[in-house]
Design a protein around this ligand. Structure first.
Ligand code: FMN
Length: 199
């Protein structure tokens, strides 16, 4: 039995490859781990707010000095962190937008990378506090970037996750989707091969 957190960031509900392949992966994980349950955080449907002064106030001011807006902002951010900390497995759908991750996914990371909850500062620098979980990241891209110096998506997401202690990260990249039917089919077939080897 696994607790699976699914984080979706495609702006589209219909025709989204990250949604299609994350669903397939979640089915596989559930089939291999009967009784597993899923919590979905759909950032495409309901984006979380950007970092603003209310959230920073909610994080940094003592509770008795916080405004209602700062308390509300901190509480919203707590929910996202609680969802992450409750999970054994995280499945992230990450559409490539303008060479990187969706701004909605960046916002989610801005909420969940929080000192004292998901990492802490020590004499030897920051240490992650959320290491005990596996993360799968399903990306979809119009072009081909995996393994090149202009793949800013995978190394960046690995860095963000690594900062909070998560090193067990596997990528499933659906590439070449805007390079014509043959390349698109090849990109899908490659992703399906990687998926088939998982779980
Ligand atoms: C606003 C926007 C920006 C995009 N930027 C890129 C890009 O920089 N590089 C790329 O290869 N594909 C880019 N794409 C194509 C998407 O990565 C591709 O359509 C992908 O399948 C989107 O994920 P989804 O299918 O889950 O919605 C972009 C698409 C949109 C809508």
């Amino acid at each position: 039995m696994k607790k699976i957190l699914v984080v979706q960031s495609s702006a589209r509900q219909d025709g989204s490859l990250t949604r299609e392949y994350t669903a397939q992966l979640v089915n596989q994980i559930q089939a291999a781990n009967p009784g597993s349950w899923v919590v979905t955080r759909d950032l495409g449907a309901e984006p979380v707010p950007h970092l603003d002064s209310s959230l920073l106030g909610g994080w940094m001011k003592p509770t008795d000095e916080q405004t209602d807006a700062e308390k509300d902002a901190a509480a919203r951010s707590d929910i996202l962190i609680d969802e992450l900390l409750a999970s054994d497995i995280v499945v992230i759908g990450s559409s490539m937008y303008n060479f990187g991750i969706a701004s909605t996914l960046k916002s989610w990371f801005d909420h969940v990378l929080r000192a004292g909850r998901t990492f802490k500062y020590t004499e030897n620098g920051p240490v992650g506090l959320t290491e005990d979980r596996k993360v799968y990241v399903v990306t979809a891209r119009g072009g081909r970037y995996a393994g090149t110096s202009i793949d800013f998506q995978e190394p960046y997401v690995r860095q963000l996750l690594g900062f909070i202690g998560i090193k067990d990260v596997e990528f499933i990249n659906v590439e070449g989707q805007a390079l014509g039917p043959e390349e698109a089919a090849k990109g899908r077939a490659e992703a399906e091969e990687v998926l088939a080897a998982i779980v």
